[in-house]
Design a protein around this ligand. Structure first.
Ligand SMILES: NC(=O)c1ccc[n+]([C@@H]2O[C@H](COP(=O)([O-])OP(=O)(O)OC[C@H]3O[C@@H](n4cnc5c(N)ncnc54)[C@H](OP(=O)(O)O)[C@@H]3O)[C@@H](O)[C@H]2O)c1
Length: 248
């Protein structure tokens, strides 16, 4: 994000609120594209926060459970100490810190395992979408079981983010679906929603051998806001909407 262009854009548009959803989110590639990850996830939000502060615009910035190392035996709350394991988490943590330092009236929303009605382009669709299409095309499904997350429907997150944006809340907040699950459990729940009888083989992070380390306990909870509905309810609504759109 070019700081001059960002500033000019905000001064022209004069929005009351800015939501920053942009991120470099290729978690594995970030290990070898560290500079790019920090440019998008740290320098970009810093430029945006500086411009928002100058124009007195409230900024809502999204961050991630990957700022934690996953060693705790309970869900992480806002006061827990971050300790990112990889370049993606480290770059997102730096972005959070810039936003909170440069625009004190901002809100940084950490979330986890997001999926929406339109999947992430860089990831080739959302996790539930990719699981479904692989199952339907007969591919085997080996899914990591020892990484726990709160699978969070983007539509639920968006509704809460709007509410919080209009409230007086400032600083860091965790907003995730209630409940925690391994990615394998989420994959099985997706297939069950569509009665797809494919088997999911649970594998460990070590067996999968992804280039970037990920927190085993990636579960969040909030000490500041009420929990959202359970992830299985969000997933069901996502599936109903998807079935209506795609006719699987
Ligand atoms: N997905 C998750 O599981 C998850 C979990 C926790 C937190 N988050 C956070 O949630 C937010 C949204 O992530 P997402 O996974 O939903 O991502 P996404 O759908 O892939 O969206 C990322 C967006 O960032 C834009 N972007 C990337 N590089 C950019 C750049 N240099 N300048 C401007 N825009 C750029 C992309 O635009 P193009 O498509 O045009 O490239 C895309 O619209 C991020 O802050 C992420 O860290 C995501």
């Amino acid at each position: 994000m070019d700081p001059v262009a960002v500033d000019a854009l905000l001064s022209g548009l004069r929005p009351a609120l800015v939501f920053n959803c942009a991120a470099y989110n290729a978690v594995d590639r970030a290990e070898t594209e560290r500079d790019l990850a920090f440019a998008v996830n740290a320098e970009g939000p810093a430029n945006l926060a500086r411009a928002c502060a100058r124009h007195r615009i409230r900024l809502v910035h999204f961050s991630t459970n990957f700022v934690f190392d996953g060693m705790l035996d309970r869900p992480y709350v806002e006061l827990d100490e971050p300790a990112p394991l990889g370049a993606y988490g480290a770059s997102k943590l730096e972005g959070e810190q810039w936003v909170l330092d440069l625009q004190p009236h901002s809100l940084v929303i950490r979330t986890s395992a997001l999926y929406g009605d339109r999947g992430s382009a860089i990831k080739g669709g959302s996790f539930p979408d990719r699981i479904l299409s692989r199952a339907v095309s007969g591919e085997s499904l080996r899914v990591v079981a020892d990484q726990k997350v709160n699978p969070t429907y983007a539509s639920d997150l968006a509704a809460v983010a709007l509410e919080l944006a209009e409230s007086d809340l400032e600083g860091l907040v965790h907003v995730v679906a209630a409940g925690c699950a391994g990615w394998d459990e989420l994959a099985r729940a997706v297939l069950a929603e569509f009665d797809v009888p494919a088997a999911v083989e649970a594998v460990s992070s070590a067996e999968l051998g992804a280039p970037a380390p990920r927190p085993l306990n990636g579960c969040l909870a909030s000490a500041r806001v009420a929990p959202m509905r359970h992830w299985r309810e969000g997933l069901h609504d996502w599936a109903v909407r998807r079935a209506a759109q795609h006719r699987l």
